[in-house]
Design a protein around this ligand. Structure first.
Ligand code: ZN
Length: 204
């Protein structure tokens, strides 16, 4: 299995491609990027899915277009689906962004396990940055969206944000093995062990 980070121009959001011979997963296509488009167009015979970690505009903006252009379903944590069509909740109003309202095809619940081709994805609800934010665990790799960053955590001053809730969520993912690699929504990858020891906001 390969993991290819695609840092996007807008807001430095990390989009990720996760793929095998049989499967292609796109995580957080937050703005148009020709590499993501081409990759999905060339993966027509593979099983594929678009996973969203949460409903903020900089993680979702190209999802619906990409979904239609490549016939790929979109999944999101159930509680964040409404935010996809709410300009206050998805921060379009705050940042002057424009995302056409849409709805995901698949609404995910906590602890749900999705099988896409030969890749198993575990859904971990991690509210706090948004009300329905999730992390995706694929093997020993955690795609943490804006819940946990290298030496930082997601903002909790946006609509429906809560530091207390985020703290509980981060402590929940700190229970994963120390060598779990963390691929965040912004910035460099890190690991659970490193953050438990060094994260200045929430220690394990
Ligand atoms: Zn966010």
């Amino acid at each position: 299995m390969e993991i290819k980070p695609i840092p996007l121009k807008n807001f430095g959001t990390n989009c990720y491609l996760v793929y095998t011979e049989k499967t292609t997963i796109v995580i957080d296509p937050g703005s148009y990027d020709v590499r993501v488009e081409e990759y999905l167009q060339n993966a027509r015979e593979k099983q594929r899915i678009i996973l969203l970690t949460h409903c903020h505009f900089d993680h979702i903006a190209d999802a619906e277009r990409l979904s239609k252009a490549t016939d790929t379903k979109i999944a999101i944590g159930a509680m964040d689906n409404d935010g996809l069509s709410d300009r206050n909740i998805n921060l379009c109003n705050l940042f002057g962004a424009d995302v056409k309202p849409f709805s995901a095809d698949i609404l995910l619940q906590d602890s749900e396990v999705l099988m896409v081709g030969d890749i198993e994805i575990k859904v971990i609800n991690t509210p706090g940055h948004t009300v329905g934010g999730v992390c995706y665990l694929i093997g020993h790799n955690l795609f943490s969206g804006d819940t946990l960053f290298k030496l930082s955590i997601g903002r909790t001053d946006f609509p429906n944000g809560s530091f207390k809730t985020l703290e509980t969520s981060v402590k929940k993912i700190y229970n994963l093995p120390d060598d779990t690699k963390v691929y965040s929504g912004h910035g460099e990858p890190t690991s659970i062990g490193f953050e438990k020891k060094n994260n200045p906001f929430i220690r394990g």
